[in-house]
Design a protein around this ligand. Structure first.
Ligand SMILES: NC(=O)c1ccc[n+]([C@@H]2O[C@H](COP(=O)([O-])OP(=O)(O)OC[C@H]3O[C@@H](n4cnc5c(N)ncnc54)[C@H](OP(=O)(O)O)[C@@H]3O)[C@@H](O)[C@H]2O)c1
Length: 248
């Protein structure tokens, strides 16, 4: 029997790290974000909303589906005006950040080699009623993003954006400093990549909380309080602590 505490490893360290990065985060707010170009893979509900949000935040934004650029050109023009429709390979080629927003059942259809060296946001969730039962996730006790990260082994994978509804992404964003501003959780084994994504999400309109390594992403997968709710930064910190450190 695998306990929750075994599944979510290094919780205490993660929470200590969390507090440290909270400090780092406030320093980051004063720095210029290094991300200028964002590629979004998947032009469905989430991908479209992420791309519109990225455009509104001033990012050079490219979008790609699973096929040719022409397949999504009209859709992009109507639904995401200002975004450049491309093939996935072209979209990610010089992107500073790639958001993968495809159904989790399709994650292996994304060419991992083209994402090598990239910071990749995993916005995907395992949702068996929609995805069907996927052995990769049924048979593995790791968080879904750890499994995804093994596949995208040459990339710096950051889990976030999975626990906000696609419509909320545009509705719930607010300027930095707004009281009660909604916060999003971030998990990554790469702290620099997590910090870069924190900056981007700030420009998207959200506070953030770095939960720790990818294993901690389990705390905001489907079925959790964080997945089902909307929290300010302080409340999200508390929810993460409850989930990752249940005895405290
Ligand atoms: N719905 C939400 O509110 C929400 C919120 C947060 C996270 N999520 C997660 O985000 C993911 C996407 O959800 P969704 O609701 O946006 O799904 P969706 O509306 O079905 O859109 C998925 C898109 O991915 C594209 N796609 C499939 N394989 C691809 C590939 N290899 N490369 C590029 N594009 C590809 C599909 O287009 P073609 O196959 O036609 O090219 C489709 O347009 C899921 O894992 C979901 O759990 C959903």
């Amino acid at each position: 029997m695998v306990t929750n505490s075994k599944r979510v490893t290094r919780c205490s360290q993660a929470m200590a790290e969390l507090r440290r990065l909270e400090l780092v985060s406030s320093t980051h707010e004063k720095q210029e974000s290094v991300v200028q170009t964002i590629a979004v893979l998947g032009v469905g509900r989430v991908g479209s909303a992420v791309a519109r949000t990225a455009l509104a935040a001033g990012y050079d934004t490219r979008v790609a589906g699973s096929g040719a650029a022409e397949d999504i050109e009209l859709l992009a023009e109507i639904v995401i005006p200002g975004a450049r429709a491309m093939t996935a390979t072209d979209a990610v080629s010089d992107a500073d950040l790639v958001v993968v927003a495809v159904p989790l059942s399709k994650y292996r259809s994304v060419d991992a080699s083209m994402l090598a060296g990239k910071t990749v946001v995993d916005a995907m969730n395992y949702w068996p009623p929609v995805d069907g039962q996927i052995a990769d996730f049924e048979e593995d006790i790791a968080s879904t993003s750890e499994v995804v990260s093994r596949y995208f082994s040459g990339s710096r994978v950051v889990k976030t954006l999975n626990h906000i509804g696609y419509h909320e992404l545009e509705d719930d964003g607010a300027p930095s400093g707004t009281a009660g501003r909604r916060a999003l959780a971030i998990a990554s084994d790469d702290e620099a990549a997590a910090a870069a994504v924190q900056d981007v999400l700030d420009r998207f309109g959200f506070d953030t909380v770095y939960a720790g390594p990818l294993a901690t992403g389990r705390a905001f997968e489907p079925g959790t309080a964080i997945f089902n709710g909307a929290f300010s930064q302080n409340d999200l910190l508390r929810e993460l602590e409850l989930n990752l450190h249940p005895t405290h």
